[in-house]
Ligand binder design. Structure first.
Ligand code: SF4
Ligand code: SF4
Length: 203
């Protein structure tokens, strides 16, 4: 039986009052979380998430390991990986041949990691970085040369590493990543010591 569609108009509401009430409600929520010491907003770049080992970040190709099977390009659900045909000189056969290698388009990649998982020779691997800036969309389509380079890991100089975890009573909780903080403290202490000794030596 087909579903019945009601043609009755919605009861009249005061749209202005509704908008006003909605805005006041939104402001109240904003204010509540602005002053809430347990708010979970990441204050990037003053804070950054400490990524776990095995994080599915940017992907790098080890060209020498690639056997041109195309599995990575075939499995990619976002059509971000494609095979590029290039001319290579075969030392054994003493002639040029066409060989295919994958290249990636980061406009499309969803970082699912399927290409890395499916590669039979481990020619692809993830690096644990996700915040890389490109100046324009075309730069996000990597050349074969760039696909073989690890992106530069820019260390945060002033940011505090944080971690999120789930707490039964509070829900998602953000906390400073103590281990990293301790390391940073140790580093700073060391630097200060070195600086102090340098100053003594100069004096
Ligand atoms: S990580 Fe996923 S979306 Fe990105 S290139 Fe690999 S298979 Fe495609
Ligand atoms: S799956 Fe691995 S070996 Fe096959 S084409 Fe892709 S990178 Fe090369």
């Amino acid at each position: 039986m087909p579903a019945k569609v009601s043609l009755k108009k919605n009861p009249k509401r005061n749209p202005l009052g509704k908008v006003f009430a909605g805005n006041i409600g939104a402001l109240a929520v904003g204010l509540k979380y602005f002053f809430d010491p347990n708010r979970i907003t990441l204050l990037y770049p003053h804070e950054y998430i400490k990524l776990n080992k095995g994080y599915r970040g940017f992907i790098v190709l080890i060209k020498e390991k690639c056997i041109s099977c195309s599995s990575c390009a075939r499995i990619c659900p976002a059509a971000a990986m494609r095979m590029l045909s290039i001319k290579v000189y075969n030392e054994k056969l003493k002639k040029y041949m066409i060989k295919k290698y994958p290249v990636i388009n980061y406009n499309r990649c969803i970082f699912c990691g399927l290409c890395v998982d499916v590669c039979p020779t481990e020619a692809l691997y993830h690096v644990p970085y996700h915040d890389i800036v490109y100046e324009n969309m075309n730069d996000m389509i990597l050349s074969l040369e760039d696909f073989q380079k690890e992106p530069e890991n820019i260390e945060f100089k002033e940011g505090i590493p944080v971690k999120y975890y789930f707490d039964e009573s509070r829900g998602l909780v953000k906390t400073p990543y103590m281990e990293e903080l301790e390391k940073q403290g140790e580093k700073e202490e060391k630097n200060q010591k070195v600086e102090g000794e340098g100053e003594k030596g100069a004096g």
